[in-house]
Design a protein around this ligand. Structure first.
Ligand SMILES: [Zn+2]
Length: 89
């Protein structure tokens, strides 16, 4: 799956499932609450230099696409690189 832009509820649930599969299940580092919401849109971190796109050795980018998980208690935001979440296994 390549995900970017708006995320419907099914895609948000799929991302939450991927994070669970990868054991990204620790509580919020700020308030220790255990519930996070996946935002309904992806983000892009602007980098100051080019990096290789995961799995595509000849492709460079200066933008890192991320999904955002927000603590539903304190609002702490964590970001997960889509290029890593998309990877099989
Ligand atoms: Zn929190």
């Amino acid at each position: 799956m390549y995900i970017t832009g708006s995320l419907n509820q099914q895609q948000q649930d799929q991302i939450a499932g991927l994070l669970q599969q990868r054991s990204a299940t620790q509580p919020c580092p700020r308030c220790r609450y255990s519930q996070f919401a996946i935002l309904g849109s992806t983000g892009r971190i602007q980098l100051t230099g080019p990096v290789q796109v995961t799995g595509q050795p000849n492709v460079l980018t200066t933008g890192l696409d991320v999904v955002l998980a927000v603590c539903t208690n304190c609002g702490f935001v964590s970001q997960h690189a889509i290029s890593i979440l998309d990877r099989e296994g």
